[in-house]
Every structure is written in C-alpha cells, then in structure tokens.
Write a protein that binds this ligand. Structure first.
Ligand SMILES: NC(=O)CC[C@H](N)C(=O)O
Length: 318
C-alpha cells in the first residue's frame, strides 16, 4: 500500500474521540469478574503509532485497561518463535464462526482448536509457551516480551484480574481438560491455565498497546532496535489470522466495516495493524453481543473511512 500518513491525523483522532464521548450506545461492560465489572463504561481512548515513528493519541489513551484476548497475538508470536510451523499441527487457521469460549467444534475436530485466537486455541498456545519453564517463568517471558515490544517497563499484570479469571474460569478449564483428553495439552491443566489467565490480565494503555503492535506493521522488525521479532512472512500471517479470526464470530462484520486486521479483548481493547502504515489501539469497555468493543469498533470504522486505510484498497488518504 503506497499510502503515507494522513497529515491531519491528530485532528482525525481528536474528532473521533469527541464523537465517541457523545455516544449513548456503549454496549455492556464484561461483568464476570469484579476487576472488569467496575470499569466505567464512559472511557474511550485511541492511539495511533505510525510507521515513521510518530504517535497520535486522544481520549483516555494513557489509562491502563485489561487487554484480555488481545494478549493472544503476543502469546502466539512467542509460541511460533519456539516451535515454528509445528504449531499448526495443534491449532488450526480457520475462522470459527462461534463464540470465543465455545466448546462445540472441539469434539468434531479431535481437540484441535480452529485458530489461535479463540480461547481453546490460545490455551494450546499457552501450553507451548509453558514448555521447558515453570509457570512463573512463562508468565515472566510474556510480560518481558510485551514490555520489550512497547519499549516500556511500566507494563504490569493485574493480579486481581488474574485471580478473578482463575476463580471463574470453569469453561476455560473445561476446554483445557477436553483438549488434554485428545493429547493436545501436554502440561498439567492448572499450570497451563495459570499462564493463560495471567496473559489475559496484562494491563496496558492504548499508547502502550499501539507501540507493542508496531512490529506487525514493520514486517516483523522491532522499530526501535531493528531486530527481527518475526520474519516478514510470519508477520504477514499473524496479520492474516487477525483479519480472519481476531473478533471471533464478529470477524466478518469487522472486516466488512473496518477492513484492517485487528484483535479484540473483553476488556474493550482492540489492536489493529495497517501493514506498512500504522499500529492502532482503541479502548472502550462496553461490548457488543459478540464480546467486541462497541465504540472501539465504531472508532476504527471512522478512522479507516477518514484515512482510507484498508488492506482491501490502495486509495490515498482523504
Ligand atoms: N474474549 C476475551 O477477551 C476472553 C478472555 C477471557 N479472559 C476468557 O478467557 O474468557
């Protein structure tokens, strides 16, 4: 895509934040754990990190929130680094068309989850990250990785959220045990879930999240160090998975409305990657019926329309 940064990007994000502040329809905040239930639905933040190293932010772009399933992108990146394409023997690459915590496909498909961005797939990824480590070390590896990507040691894991996930994670435990019965989970289920629950509990601001996603717009390269986090091909493939599977059974709708690879989480965050152009994070805690941020999705739709950014065309911004 030959599109360069739209010159009025700050004005665009300011305008989007102002529109979102006035919206009544915000969806419903996730309420399965206290650490999420108490978050004020009025929040909205947006941060856009551009390929040329600039940052445009508006609203609550510096407030930390629970990134939840957005963490599945980072965990997948680590797992691919460890076992490479062998991962794809244990996890599929197809959209599921089902809810993020659905169990129905697993029986028909012999314990192989459809993709790494539904819970079952992410739990297999956690199992891979855990290999050769104590759970604490695996969690530390994920945290260090995200801090390194963002260039920010201030990123932490919210222990209260992690505990809440463990206290209520009966369905995730069911998924893990079920996959273990097919031999697709290799470590003790409580350890695997410990890793998964802690990665879900990563707390990050939009600015930190947009920075952490930059390697995916830079063909896999860390923009600060020049090191290859992943190869260009792998970055492209992670982006493809985000496009096809990043919003669960709402992925088609998101591609239709926004047209940019993205990954959502039930904390209300969405990370989006415009290859060669921008890494974008939005946050608004109210969710639609598919568990994706209502205003976050709308804000990204507005941003894509205002900039012309899409992986489906090559229009100049305007
Ligand atoms: N969609 C999500 O963000 C789900 C993450 C959540 N912690 C869960 O496992 O249920």
């Amino acid at each position: 895509m030959p599109v360069t940064v739209a010159p009025d990007l700050q004005a665009i994000v300011d305008r989007i934040a102002a529109e979102m502040a006035g919206r009544e329809e915000r969806g419903k905040v996730a309420d399965y754990i206290p650490g999420l239930a108490r978050v004020d639905p009025k929040h909205f933040g947006i941060a856009v990190a551009t390929h040329d190293g600039r940052m445009f932010a508006a609203g609550d772009a510096d407030a930390a929130f629970s990134i939840q399933s957005v963490s599945k992108v980072f965990a997948l990146t680590i797992a691919l680094g460890k076992v490479g394409d062998a991962l794809w023997k244990r996890v599929g690459r197809e959209p599921s068309g089902n809810a993020f915590n659905s169990i129905v496909q697993l029986e028909a498909e012999q314990g192989i989850p459809r993709n790494p961005f539904i819970n079952a797939g992410a739990i297999v990824v956690s199992d891979v990250v855990l290999a050769g480590h104590a759970p604490k070390e695996a969690i530390g590896e994920i945290l260090r990785f995200v801090r390194d990507l963002a260039g920010d040691d201030g990123i932490v894991i919210d222990d209260e959220v992690a505990q809440g996930e463990a206290d209520t994670g009966f369905r995730n435990a069911a998924l893990a045990n079920y996959m273990r019965s097919f031999g697709n989970i290799h470590h003790p289920v409580d350890q695997v879930l410990g890793v998964y629950f802690h990665q879900c509990a990563l707390a990050m601001s939009c600015r930190q999240l947009a920075r952490a996603g930059r390697f995916l717009m830079h063909e896999g390269q860390h923009p600060d160090t020049g090191f290859n986090i992943v190869s260009p091909m792998r970055a492209r493939r992670i982006n493809a998975l985000m496009m096809l599977c990043g919003h669960y059974d709402g992925s088609g709708e998101f591609a239709f409305r926004v047209g940019i690879p993205g990954k959502s989480g039930v904390g209300g965050g969405i990370l989006c990657v415009v290859p060669g152009i921008a890494s974008i994070a939005v946050w608004s805690p109210g969710l639609n019926e598919r568990g994706n941020s209502t205003l976050g999705s709308l804000a990204l739709e507005r941003l894509a329309a205002a900039t012309g950014w899409s992986v489906f065309n090559q229009r100049e911004p305007g």
